[in-house]
Design a binder for this molecule. Sequence first.
Ligand code: CTP
Ligand SMILES: C[C@](O)(CO)[C@H](O)COP(=O)(O)O
Length: 401
Amino acid sequence: MTSRDLAVVVVAAGLGTRLGADKPKAFVTLAEKTLIEHALENVAEVPALEQVIVAVPAGHEAQTVEIIELALAGKNVRFDVVVGGQTRQQSIANALGVIDPEIEVVLVHDAARALAPASLFTRVASEVRRTGLGVVPVMKIADTVKRVDANVVRETVDREALRVAQTPQGFVAKELLKAYAATTAEHTDDASLVQAHGMQVNAIEGDERAFKITTADDLTAAELRFVAADSDGSLRTGIGTDVHRFTADAEKPLYLGTVIWPGERGLDGHSDGDAVSHAIVDALLSAAGLGDIGANFGVDRPEFAGANGRVFIEATLKLLQQKGFSVRNVAVQIIGNRPKVAPMRAEVEKVLTDIIGSPVTLGATTTDGLGFLGNAEGVAAVATALIAHTNSGPTTAPKVG
Ligand SMILES: Nc1ccn([C@@H]2O[C@H](COP(=O)(O)OP(=O)(O)OP(=O)(O)O)[C@@H](O)[C@H]2O)c(=O)n1
Ligand SMILES: C[C@](O)(CO)[C@H](O)COP(=O)(O)O
């Protein structure tokens, strides 16, 4: 099988009766994002992804398209949104109706298992590719298990052979399509549906984070156990550099760190030449894995012509916030013989700290008179950024205009 062969079906059309919210479960918020957003962000990280199909309740199609577009931004992945059916199985059948016929492996996933990590999808898909069989992730049972009749306990079941089934469940696409086309009975998962049509399904180790959010208590548990834990663990650093030439226009003011530096000659550039702000933007984007300033706010965007550095920084903070990142700190260094940084350091640090909502420090160095920075042809700035993947943003929430 090829390496770009994968479709993921996400079923999100359930009503969430047991959760008891005022909206369908997939559109309920967990740590500032809906369950479907969490699920799709994890799906978007899966390698070799070719197509994503999402089944939602009628009336939620447009909202879902926006969510998918954001989750898959910058990725060459086809997506489709379908209206779900009366049952989970019917929702999947509707989704399979629009699958690309070239797809070889399909994973079926519950939006209700919103925190299932990309690594679980990858393991399931690899096992399908390796074996050509159905694959279901399972968890052992920690409790003693009883078979009961009403309130009478009939027996204690040997739990050694029992497992709890999770999603994503993976299949060779044509096998799943064949089983769905032939089925008349209702099944609670896809593994049992394909087995009923004589296909073998293998189990692999599941993942605690793939537990199903069914009740309000599950939602609280998800918040406490996973999102909070994630916020401590995932710090990321980024680096950015920018250089601008001093302008020949003696009237143009110098902007560095979004503010005017009185008495200094300005810098050339598509925007206002603010090397400090642009280096910060690159550092933030690189930390978040979102490319660089050229890729996001290139010279083909007329709205950024002549724009102040604040515009770029605020737009960048918005991108980071949408991806669940918050900024911990930024450090910038100006390199060059001019301008003298000490008189402006406190003001620039304060303004940038206010914009970013986290500490920003400014340093400076010369090049010992060497090169284009030493002979004052231009100014360079290097920035580093530390950001955290918080979702709930327990530290600093970026100030987004
Ligand atoms: N007609 C349905 C029913 C369920 N699902 C999806 O199947 C998954 C597992 O279902 P469950 O957790 O039981 O969700 P609900 O059916 O929404 O819950 P409830 O039974 O409490 O109403 C969920 O992601 C749900 O959105 C679906 O797409 N279409
Ligand atoms: C598919 C599933 O999540 C595997 O455990 C489960 O069977 C869904 O069941 P539900 O009755 O739709 O909650």
